[in-house]
Design a binder for this molecule. Sequence first.
Ligand SMILES: CC(C)(COP(=O)(O)OP(=O)(O)OC[C@H]1O[C@@H](n2cnc3c(N)ncnc32)[C@H](O)[C@@H]1OP(=O)(O)O)[C@@H](O)C(=O)NCCC(=O)NCCS
Length: 177
Amino acid sequence: MNTDFIHTNRLTLRPLVKSDAFDLFRLDSNPEVVRFLGNHPIESIEQVYIYLGNIMHQYTKNGIGRWAVIEKETGLFVGWAGLKYIDTPINGHNCFYDVGYRLKPEFWGKGYATECTVAWIEYAKNHLNLKELYSVTHIDNKASQNVLQKCGFLRKNTFLDTIHDETIDCVWFELKW
Ligand SMILES: CC(C)(COP(=O)(O)OP(=O)(O)OC[C@H]1O[C@@H](n2cnc3c(N)ncnc32)[C@H](O)[C@@H]1OP(=O)(O)O)[C@@H](O)C(=O)NCCC(=O)NCCS
């Protein structure tokens, strides 16, 4: 995996590391953050270590995974954003790269998710030689849909997805170049 950090105007993007666990716990234990994700807020740091392990495995196996987002001005951990290789079928697609993001609420509304997504589109083009990216949002997640549309993604269709035994109305987005 290319582990060079990515620098945008206001943010640094870098691979997640074990010492991010406490910040990830604060992120995913917040009901506001997981509202549209089909997950319940996590309750223990052990759950973070399990999914951090999965992300590290993706870095090794797929050469990419979600990365940490750090605010340059303060050095604070904002959340994560990045690409994930999906190799289980969803909405008639399989084996594709998805772009996603999850930020702490105190950083919402500053254009950070958009800034990250623009950077990840460039990375997909220039480092992975991809020709397309995809993303999925909950049907009511207007903030996320706005981010994708501002970055040029097209809303393709709605579909039902099952996450943790819950059936969720989702929207499928595509960006091709
Ligand atoms: C989705 C999320 C990453 C957006 O982060 P952000 O940094 O606030 O996004 P941006 O500021 O780049 O852009 C958000 C846009 O949506 C708009 N927006 C925010 N909340 C909105 C709402 N409830 N309804 C409609 N539009 C909304 C903002 O005004 C902004 O558009 P603008 O630039 O035209 O004003 C953030 O809300 C988050 O982390 N949510 C929890 C996790 C999540 O849902 N992740 C996405 C899963 S698909």
